[in-house]
Design a protein around this ligand. Structure first.
Ligand SMILES: NC(=O)c1ccc[n+]([C@@H]2O[C@H](COP(=O)([O-])OP(=O)(O)OC[C@H]3O[C@@H](n4cnc5c(N)ncnc54)[C@H](O)[C@@H]3O)[C@@H](O)[C@H]2O)c1
Ligand SMILES: [Fe+2]
Length: 355
């Protein structure tokens, strides 16, 4: 079966387009008691962006905290908070922030119409009912969360997405002005998530013309931004993230993402930096990509965290290896069908021990 791939149906792109949000939501406010739930990264408390959120009287604004990447328990708490706001469901859920906040908005939108706890839906196509209409507004670019059909959550068992066609945003608003004040280090780490998506997709065994078309363009844009210091870097980074997301949606990520999931699960290492830490030791699988990545680090004055594995005991290391090796499709994409013969537990261990 060839994948029947759901995409975001409505997109606005351009500097200042955040102002159109009120207008876009208005079309959803069909009844006098219609209301909207905004989930906004708390990094924007008391900033100019706060004053521009088009909140109406009955709307609910929740400041979400993403100091830790999203957990299923947090999604369940937020869902309850939204339920408790009114006897009716909101007409829209809007996520404003980086990948973490967008993922929280996606998950809450789904959990408002699907019973039980969010961890029960970690996996593929387990969601039964369409979620609440949801809008994604990135304030950081690189993850591709704005286009993907997943919301990545850490649950009681493991870090795994709620993957479904219903997860995809109904609308995204891509305003490059929203990413212009991101601190340099964060911009780099999240941007490299996109760069690594491109490398893993383009070099993977699952590559096809669809993914290549998006991946090559995204890679070119990443180079413009992180190597060539070209103008309009916000616009370029925003489109790189989008195209990188489109590329992996029809192929897959690879070894770097698999290993980074282990780091994140045991050490709580954030996605962007975790990918960078792992990628720097994957020269043997992605020689050209790692070389160029190091050049990008140099140009952007980045010093990666080192020796993070020294904090890990034997039991944790074993768990880390298990988490990474449980991601079969990622390894198959990187190494082919016989990946288990190459990426043994010993091999994964030796890679982790370098980090
Ligand atoms: N759904 C997907 O397809 C997908 C893909 C890749 C990663 N992810 C997830 O995305 C998350 C990582 O997202 P991310 O890298 O975008 O970072 P993030 O959302 O975790 O945010 C990182 C930090 O940047 C801050 N921040 C956000 N916007 C800012 C701005 N404009 N200015 C200053 N600070 C800002 C946040 O408050 C936070 O402290 C992880 O949880 C990862 O699992 C999801
Ligand atoms: Fe990623």
């Amino acid at each position: 079966m060839i994948k029947n791939f759901r995409t975001v149906p409505n997109i606005v792109f351009g500097k200042g387009c955040f102002y159109q949000l009120d207008n876009i939501i208005d079309k959803r406010r069909q009844y006098t008691d219609s209301w909207v739930a905004f989930l906004v990264d708390d990094v924007f408390v008391a900033t100019e962006l706060e004053s521009r959120i088009p909140q109406h009287d009955d709307d609910l604004l929740i400041w979400v905290n993403v100091d830790d990447e999203p957990k299923t328990t947090y999604v369940d708490r937020l869902t309850l908070e939204v339920h408790n706001h009114s006897r009716t469901l909101p007409c829209a859920v809007i996520g404003i922030g980086g990948g973490s906040t967008m993922d929280l908005a996606k998950a809450v939108s789904l959990m408002l119409t699907n019973s039980g706890c969010s961890h029960e839906y970690q996996g593929w196509d387990l969601i039964k009912n369409q979620g609440i209409y949801h809008i994604g507004i990135p304030t950081l670019s690189g993850t591709g969360a704005e286009v993907s059909r997943t919301t990545v959550l850490t649950g009681p068992e493991r870090k795994l997405g709620i993957n479904s066609d219903y997860t995809v945003f109904d609308q995204v608003i891509l305003d490059p002005n929203l990413i212009k004040d991101v601190p340099g280090l964060q911009r780099f780490y999240t941007g490299m998530d996109c760069y690594i998506h491109c490398i893993e997709s383009l070099q993977g065994t699952f590559i096809n013309t669809f993914s290549r078309a998006y991946g090559e363009k995204a890679l070119e844009l990443c180079r413009n931004v992180f190597l060539d210091d070209e103008p309009e870097s916000e616009e370029k980074l925003m489109m790189a993230s989008y195209f990188g997301g489109m590329s992996i949606a029809y192929s897959q990520v690879g070894a770097c993402h698999a290993l980074s999931y282990g780091l994140s699960y045991i050490l709580g290492t954030r996605h962007g930096v975790g990918c960078c830490i792992a990628f720097d030791y994957l020269e043997e699988f992605y020689p050209e990509g790692v070389k160029e990545f190091r050049e990008m680090m140099k140009r952007n004055y980045i010093n990666l965290p080192r020796n993070i594995i020294s904090r890990v005991n034997e039991e944790q290391l074993e768990k880390m290896i298990s988490v990474a090796l449980s991601l079969d499709p990622l390894w198959e994409n990187c190494l082919g069908k016989n990946w288990k013969e190459i990426m043994t537990r010993e091999k994964a261990r030796s890679l982790y021990l370098k980090m």
